[in-house]
Ligand binder design. Structure first.
Ligand SMILES: *[C@@H]1O[C@H](CO)[C@@H](O)[C@H](O)[C@H]1NC(C)=O
Ligand SMILES: *[C@@H]1O[C@H](CO)[C@@H](O)[C@H](O)[C@H]1NC(C)=O
Ligand SMILES: *[C@@H]1O[C@H](CO)[C@@H](O)[C@H](O)[C@H]1NC(C)=O
Ligand SMILES: *[C@@H]1O[C@H](CO)[C@@H](O)[C@H](O)[C@H]1NC(C)=O
Ligand SMILES: *[C@@H]1O[C@H](CO)[C@@H](O)[C@H](O)[C@H]1NC(C)=O
Ligand SMILES: *[C@@H]1O[C@H](CO)[C@@H](O)[C@H](O)[C@H]1NC(C)=O
Ligand SMILES: *[C@@H]1O[C@H](CO)[C@@H](O)[C@H](O)[C@H]1NC(C)=O
Ligand SMILES: *[C@@H]1O[C@H](CO)[C@@H](O)[C@H](O)[C@H]1NC(C)=O
Ligand SMILES: *[C@@H]1O[C@H](CO)[C@@H](O)[C@H](O)[C@H]1NC(C)=O
Length: 643
């Protein structure tokens, strides 16, 4: 996959190079390929590998520094903007000596659906959206310290701003990848001059937007710089500590196992941060300097003084995050494109296959990362002898929610907010699977290194029968002490509370959405987050904003010196939204919900298909390329725009 992405990204890159005269003072955008045989730093003074004692973890000093600065310079104002004097929750915050709780957001993957769901939901938590702000939910996004994602959600962390980009601008960008007229306007030949020019102009539009003041593609940062994961720190908004610290999760298949089934819970879980490629699993407890990711190390040493690799990180995280997408398209295209004849399907598979044939190297269903941890903890680390790591999508062990980094003890999170767009059940709604598997892993393998999961239903059946997967739920409201486990605020994809047909439960591999559907989808997801629910009714809860604030704030209340009682408003909220294992709620409190997806714009797709069946072939390839463009180029850009 590594080369596949290199090829595709260099392809894209060539478009933009034609469009934009390169500025010699900036990194060339053609510097996409990793640099090999780079001089290594002096390992004796600055090791590339950091290890720690399982029982005494430390997070990376640069991460710590970032969070400290953010907590000092940005968060107090953000909290104040959101909670004000606390009157909405029934507190007077000026009366109390509190320190703000530490918040993390978890965004599961799941193709475009999970992406759109995350985008709409985040918009509902974003202070800059008036509707959300007035409802009291908007503001949570701004106070988060961490944001963690899996494959799909990776590039969709930027979707809230794509919202803007997609729906707000009109012209060429109007359709994002979802309208293939735009994806390959010159027909299926991706390589035609016109199509190349279009891709170039896409990049150009982004850039000209950036020129209006929001800067990624400006001279503030070297042109390519923000595209290197390790250079996130050079982005202006990051320099101002305006963004939560981002983390991606990837699983490793034990090398040589060739497993194609679900991984067991023993498999190593890695995290990719702007500073480090690391695993806090007790079996490894080590991290690699992100700048040099891609370098083979043995016991922390490179082969020789000039055996280092740099620039792997952007390609690397693309691989780690998107590899499965590629394969999913290949594997699932037949299913995803309903109504297609076998020959059309074959044609699509043929074209994608040809592209991949060029570039297949090692195991093609995984992202191959040079192993920097060779020789580290050989007694416990599963790949201590391997030259390569086989990374796969972070959901491959059924932990579809990227919780792992957020539960690490040394990060000390008080509250984890889950934007749950996983498709578990037959209707593509979540059924709790991700929570249950993470809880199990935390309570066994990770007991020494991670905080426990709060109490949740013990099985998927119970998750479903209590209805907690069908509406906002708070887990862990009443811990035996405030540090026993974090509060988990669970915001699942669910049918509209008013009994309308759902439009947010599309299949993971649905690759085509009309603009109208995208727009309605975002609104519907945002509504779910803002409205809460009213038991035994089909009306929104006007107090949900207050309730969400109560939940996010509650650990700070407990930890305040001196601590103080929960307000009546918050007590009432907790009765409604908290999961109490002693007194579980019931699905029957959620009447008249519809579960079958109904396409809100059927005409749109039907006519689109009849018009453009052939173009669609090219379009899918265009989509893949576009996604890569988005993954590489826009993620950081949009993150910086977002805050
Ligand atoms: C934990 O590690 C830190 C350095 O990271 C060290 O200063 C401290 O003494 C260690 N604590 C224990 C109990 O080993
Ligand atoms: C708290 O803020 C609200 C809204 O801004 C205001 O109406 C109220 O008077 C304030 N309460 C106190 C005690 O300052
Ligand atoms: C406020 O809390 C801090 C610890 O969080 C404590 O050190 C300090 O003494 C408290 N101040 C007052 C006035 O209680
Ligand atoms: C970026 O370049 C433009 C034109 O060369 C210049 O006017 C501007 O001041 C530069 N911005 C920064 C932040 O250096
Ligand atoms: C995995 O595949 C490799 C290459 O095809 C093969 O050599 C190896 O024996 C396989 N391992 C297992 C456990 O099947
Ligand atoms: C990576 O190594 C380089 C060279 O030693 C160093 O300057 C940089 O700060 C390190 N980065 C991290 C995140 O540790
Ligand atoms: C150093 O190691 C790299 C990677 O293994 C290799 O390509 C290079 O030839 C080596 N250089 C020397 C001088 O041995
Ligand atoms: C719940 O989700 C899992 C995995 O996502 C799936 O395998 C299982 O069949 C689902 N069970 C129910 C009852 O929906
Ligand atoms: C805020 O959310 C509403 C509802 O989804 C949407 O219509 C509106 O465009 C959003 N506003 C901004 C500024 O994003």
């Amino acid at each position: 996959m590594f080369r596949a992405f290199l090829l595709l990204s260099s392809l894209l890159v060539s478009f933009s190079v034609q469009e934009t005269p390169p500025d010699p003072s900036q990194d060339s955008i053609t510097d996409y390929a990793p640099q090999v045989n780079v001089e290594c730093p002096d390992i004796s003074k600055a090791p590339l590998i950091r290890t720690w004692d399982t029982k005494n973890q430390s997070i990376h000093p640069q991460e710590e520094e970032y969070l400290k600065k953010r907590a000092e310079q940005v968060l107090p104002q953000a909290w104040n903007d959101w909670l004000g004097n606390g009157s909405r929750m029934g507190y007077d915050l000026s009366d109390h000596n509190i320190s703000w709780p530490k918040i993390g957001l978890a965004l599961p993957g799941g193709g475009l659906r999970a992406a759109l769901f995350a985008a709409g939901s985040l918009s509902g938590l974003d202070a800059r959206n008036e509707t959300a702000k007035n409802a009291g939910t908007g503001g949570l996004l701004q106070v988060a310290s961490y944001i963690s994602g899996l494959s799909g959600s990776m590039y969709f962390n930027d979707f809230p701003t794509l919202h803007d980009l997609v729906l707000g601008i009109g012209d060429n960008l109007g359709g994002w990848a979802l309208d293939f007229d735009f994806a390959t306007p010159d027909g299926p030949n991706l390589f035609s001059t016109q199509n190349q020019a279009w891709f170039g102009s896409l990049l150009w539009s982004v850039r000209s937007k950036a020129d209006k003041g929001i800067n990624f593609f400006t001279n503030d940062t070297a042109h390519g710089a923000g595209q290197l994961w390790s250079k996130t720190s050079q982005i202006p908004s990051v320099q101002q500590f305006k963004t939560p610290f981002p983390i991606i999760v990837a699983d490793a298949r034990p090398v040589g196992s060739n497993l194609t089934t679900t991984l067991d819970l023993q498999a190593t879980v890695y995290e990719i941060t702007p500073v480090e490629f690391a695993s806090f699993d007790p079996s490894l407890s080590a991290g690699m300097n992100m700048t040099y990711a891609g370098t083979h190390l043995s016991n922390g040493f490179p082969d020789n003084g000039t055996a280092c690799v740099t620039g792997f990180d952007q390609v690397g995280f693309m691989m780690g995050t998107s590899a499965s997408l590629f394969n999913q398209i290949l594997d699932f295209a037949g299913n995803a494109i309903q109504g297609w004849s076998q020959s059309d399907t074959d044609g699509l598979l043929y074209i994608l296959g040809e592209q991949l044939k060029e570039v297949r190297t090692r195991a093609d269903d995984v992202a191959n990362w040079p192993n920097p941890f060779k020789g580290i903890n050989p007694d416990t680390f599963q790949d201590a002898n391997a030259a390569w790591l086989e990374l796969i999508d972070g959901s491959s062990n059924l932990e579809n929610i990227p919780y792992n980094p957020l539960f690490i003890k040394s990060r000390g999170l008080d509250v984890i907010v889950t934007i749950e767009g996983s498709a578990d059940d037959i209707h593509n709604f979540p059924n709790g699977t991700g929570n249950i598997f993470t809880k199990e892993r935390l309570s066994t393998i990770l007991k020494d290194t991670h905080q426990p999961f709060p109490p949740i239903p013990s099985s998927i059946d119970e998750f479903v029968s209590t209805g907690v997967n069908g509406r906002a739920t708070f887990f862990g409201c009443d811990p035996p002490n405030p540090s026993a486990y974090p509060m988990v605020i669970y915001l699942p994809n669910a049918p509209p509370i008013n009994g309308d047909d759902p439009i947010t439960n599309t299949a993971t591999f649905q690759l085509v959405y009309t603009l109208k559907h995208v727009s309605l989808f975002l609104d519907s997801a945002q509504k779910l987050v803002i409205e809460g629910f009213t038991p035994n009714a089909n009306t929104p809860d006007p107090n949900f904003g207050a309730c969400l604030q109560c939940a996010v704030f509650d650990r700070a209340r407990m930890k305040a010196t001196p601590s103080f009682d929960r307000s009546d408003i918050c007590k009432k909220c907790f009765q409604q939204y908290c999961f109490d294992p002693e007194n579980p709620p019931s699905r029957s409190e959620l009447p008249n919900r519809k579960f079958d997806f109904v396409d809100p714009d059927p005409q749109g797709l039907a006519s689109f298909f009849s018009r453009n069946k052939f173009k669609f072939l090219g379009g899918v390839i265009g989509l893949v390329v576009l996604i890569i463009l988005l993954v590489v180029g826009l993620w950081v850009y949009n993150l910086s725009m977002l805050f």
